[in-house]
Ligand binder design. Structure first.
Ligand SMILES: Cc1cc2nc3c(=O)[nH]c(=O)nc-3n(C[C@H](O)[C@H](O)[C@H](O)COP(=O)(O)OP(=O)(O)OC[C@H]3O[C@@H](n4cnc5c(N)ncnc54)[C@H](O)[C@@H]3O)c2cc1C
Length: 387
């Protein structure tokens, strides 16, 4: 077994960590800091632009469309570095949604005309993408969606509603899933690429939420929204294949972002345990404290191995449904557990916003819900075990 990365891969990862530590901290205009943006629920717009200029928005996109052409292993390393270096998890989440749930489907299923029209602008950050599957009545049971796409001549008319859509309030490109025939179930689900200015598309303001407050989330309402056949991504009925393919990418790369955040938390927590004195000694010298930190490290180690294994399998063209379900489940539970420990180990300071760990805790909780809830991951694991 070989767990090593090449010097080039390590240098690539370090360049992203250095970039994130330098350029993805403060915005030029208020609210400047991550804490202030979190409080005001404000997107880090210039951070997004800097990430585009650095090339992060084109990580897996081939050079012919302006991207870096990196494989899934390098994307995993890159997202890990982004999470470690950038304290604004909402920015990382927005980047991940843009790249892995909108660019990747276009790259994998788009026509040459769609790819060359959309991908270069997305890589430059001029187009912001989002992915609209969830509906008020169709969440975990995603393919029971009610949004319809009715064929009229060479056009499709879309009607329905979408909710919890990451990036929607700031997006100008919407990958919307609708059914061409409800009776067909998953086989009728079809993806459509829709411009924000299309008549019939209404996008809500950002929804107020528990965490990831700097990543705007919204609702869509589609009323007789008319698109040409050329807006279909892939083929009619290919929506479920698109969704499954992008979920595997997201379950590797988005969760690598969370792994990076856990590493940042651990470094800061070790330092805190050394510096903070009670009963005349560093709190890190109390076994109850040091064991919690050892457990945090252990969860990071296992998360990393699971994520790297999924990336390694995918880079070799192997399907990894069991491994990516287990990895999504374990990394997200670890993220929540480590964030809770990071708060607990700071005592009252951990509970106060000024010390920044309570934000990581709020940001971590959504990871158990999006990309398929952890209950659904357990269902997938069980069904792949023949249950
Ligand atoms: C921060 C955030 C960002 C998101 N971004 C997007 C996005 O960009 N695009 C998008 O389309 N969606 C997005 N979502 C939506 C997300 O995919 C759904 O919230 C998720 O799939 C769960 O659906 P639901 O919320 O309707 O919950 P439900 O499906 O109603 O589930 C409620 C509870 O019941 C459990 N449950 C349901 N069915 C089963 C079952 N069969 N077995 C066991 N337990 C079950 C669930 O695990 C959960 O605990 C986002 C969600 C969040 C929180």
């Amino acid at each position: 077994m070989d767990f090593s990365f090449s010097d080039e891969q390590r240098a690539f990862q370090k360049s992203i960590l250095d970039f994130a530590k330098k350029e993805l901290q403060e915005s030029t205009a208020p609210p400047r800091t991550t804490r202030e943006r979190d409080k005001a629920s404000t997107f880090f717009e210039d951070g997004f632009k800097r990430a585009a200029d650095f090339g992060l928005l084109g990580l897996p996109i081939p050079e012919q469309y302006g991207g870096l052409g990196r494989d899934v292993i390098d994307c995993t390393l890159a997202m890990q570095a982004l999470g470690q270096g950038c304290p604004d998890s909402g920015l990382g989440f927005t980047i991940s949604s843009h790249v892995f749930t909108c660019e990747i489907p276009i790259l994998l299923f788009g026509s040459e005309a769609q790819k060359s029209a959309l991908l270069p602008a997305m890589v430059r950050g001029e187009l912001i993408g989002c992915h609209a599957m969830s509906e008020p009545e169709a969440g975990s049971d995603a393919f029971s969606l009610q949004t319809t796409a009715e064929k009229k001549g060479d056009r499709y008319i879309l009607n329905g509603s979408k909710t919890f859509i990451s990036n929607a309030p700031i997006a100008n490109l919407f990958l919307i899933f609708a059914t061409v025939n409800k009776k067909k179930g998953w086989a009728g689900v079809t993806g459509f690429l829709v411009d924000r200015n299309t008549p019939g598309l209404t996008v809500s303001a950002a929804l107020d939420k528990l965490g990831l407050k700097t990543s705007p989330t919204g609702e869509l309402h589609l009323e007789d929204l008319e698109v040409p056949e050329s807006a279909i991504l892939g083929r009619v009925g290919q929506g479920s294949a698109i969704f499954n393919a992008e979920m595997e990418w997201e379950r590797s790369c988005l969760f690598a972002l969370h792994l990076g955040t856990m590493q940042r938390q651990l470094d800061a927590t070790i330092q805190y345990a050394k510096d903070r004195k009670q009963f005349g000694q560093s709190i890190g010298s109390f076994q109850a404290v040091s064991h919690k930190i050892a457990d945090m490290r252990l969860r990071i180690e296992l998360s990393e191995m699971m994520l790297y294994k999924v990336a390694w399998m995918k880079a070799r063209g192997l399907r990894a449904p069991l491994e990516s379900a287990m990895s999504k489940l374990y990394v997200s539970e670890s993220f929540v557990a480590n964030s809770l420990d990071a708060v607990q180990l700071r005592g009252g300071y951990g509970f106060m916003s000024e010390y920044e760990v309570e934000r990581d805790l709020r940001d971590s909780i959504g990871s158990r819900i999006y990309s398929g809830t952890n209950e659904i991951q357990r269902n997938i694991i069980a069904s792949l075990l023949g249950l």
